[in-house]
Design a protein around this ligand. Structure first.
Ligand SMILES: [Zn+2]
Length: 422
């Protein structure tokens, strides 16, 4: 069949990904090692250099790091007494004493530095300057990913053809589907968990309602590694939820969810980790959160001078995500995260070189989202990739070889258990 050659979830010109690791950028003014070694707030002026840089706006105090919504792990501080000690830096008028969560901060001119120990999943950090009546106040909240360890998730987007194939061929087993057989082989070999994000219908009119429920027990038996989730109603139009009201998005979501539950059972259904084209309105994001969506991936890249494939987040947060990969949106409770690679858009020989930098830095990235799109698997597709399976396996092999464990990112904090807080 002739398929639309533009059948791309997201624009290929946005490739390739640079390697970016989550990290703080310590201000030159303060030495992190000295600070973490024991500086009590306000008592370490000896290691402060004498140079003072720019002036803060009078009357204002501003926390610069951590970023509001930052997701912090052992890589971003020091484990102390069951908590995570992190640095707080910012600017404030030099004439006033700055306190951070009630304790005096170190100050050097208009810059301040303090330590806060995180003990809960979410901690609010309050910097105050001067008398309450005269001074300013700055608040940020951060998430402590207490149990973070290297982990990966495999998301497959734009899926409908394999379900149409199963409906037409009436296989005896789900895994007579060549696509599902590939996924199962990879699960057996590497333990990979797959989130398969699906459409309600294909462009030739096949609908999920045509799919038999006779495979329900097989779906159930494999639900510990194979999940189905909503992606969009159909492949076209592009950017279906960029400007759509929440009612449209949720109506589509519910139709797909209902069908997944019908033919595959509740255990196979999962909230999606990505929307088609990774764009939505704020009301749509709130509605998704109410449906149980915990995290959403995107590219968070600039194209033609504008941030795009970013769920419509503002420039400041998009820029942060482009460098730090993870961000909690406290308004919705959704964690946004950046894809590590799109396998179908990366040549086989480039899979490992694209991923290598993610594990190479001192603060290695601990959450790797591997992504591919279904259509390139199929020989009838105009942009069929004969090495589709090898690309996916190369990415999985890389994560396995580098100590990343398979996980589902819709669980916990991107697969990290939420337990052990003080
Ligand atoms: Zn898509």
């Amino acid at each position: 069949m002739k398929a639309d050659s533009s059948l791309l979830c997201q624009a290929p010109e946005l490739m390739p990904f640079e390697s970016q690791t989550a990290s703080f950028h310590p201000p030159r003014l303060f030495n992190r090692r000295n600070f973490l070694r024991g500086a009590a707030a306000g008592a370490a002026a000896a290691f402060l250099p004498s140079t003072v840089v720019s002036a803060a706006p009078a009357g204002l105090v501003r926390i610069e790091e951590p970023f509001h919504g930052a997701i912090l792990s052992h890589q971003h501080g020091k484990i102390v007494d069951g908590g995570l000690a992190i640095r707080i830096t910012g600017t404030a008028p030099a004439s006033n004493q700055v306190t951070v969560n009630g304790l005096p901060a170190q100050q050097d001119g208009n810059q301040f530095l303090a330590e806060v120990v995180l003990r809960q999943k979410v901690t609010e950090i309050v910097a105050a300057s001067g008398l309450p009546s005269a001074g300013g106040e700055s608040r940020v909240r951060v998430v402590w990913d207490r149990n973070s360890q290297p982990r990966y998730h495999f998301a497959l987007d734009d899926n409908i053809y394999f379900l149409r194939d199963i409906a037409r061929k009436r296989y005896n087993s789900l895994f007579n589907s060549p696509y599902l057989k590939l996924l199962r082989d990879l699960n057996h070999k590497y333990g990979t968990r797959f989130s398969v994000n699906i459409y309600f219908e294909s462009e030739d009119g096949f609908k999920l309602t045509e799919l038999s429920d006779r495979y329900k027990s097989q779906w159930k038996d494999n639900a510990h590694w194979l999940k189905l989730a909503f992606h969009a109603f159909a492949n076209k139009p592009d950017r279906p939820y960029q400007d759509a009201p929440a009612e449209k998005l949720i109506a589509d979501y519910d139709q797909v969810a209902e069908q997944i539950q019908r033919f595959a059972g509740a255990g196979t259904f999962a909230p999606p980790t990505n929307l088609h084209w990774s764009m939505a309105r704020p009301d749509g994001l709130h509605a998704l959160a109410r449906r149980g969506v915990r995290c959403l991936s995107g590219y968070f890249r600039k194209a033609d001078g504008r941030w795009d494939i970013n769920y419509g987040l503002d420039d400041r947060r998009s820029e942060y995500l482009s460098r730090h990969d993870l961000l909690m949106d406290f308004e919705t409770g959704i964690i946004f995260f950046r894809d590590a690679i799109v396998c179908n858009a990366t040549a086989l020989g480039q899979i490992a070189p694209v991923l290598d930098p993610l594990a190479a830095s001192p603060e290695r990235r601990e959450t790797i989202n591997l992504l591919s799109h279904e259509q390139y698997f199929w020989p009838f597709y105009p942009d069929y990739e004969p090495d589709y399976a090898q690309r996916i396996e190369a990415a999985i092999r890389w994560t396995t070889d580098h100590g990343y464990t398979p996980s589902f990112f819709h669980e916990g904090i991107l697969g990290s258990p939420e337990r052990g807080y003080g």
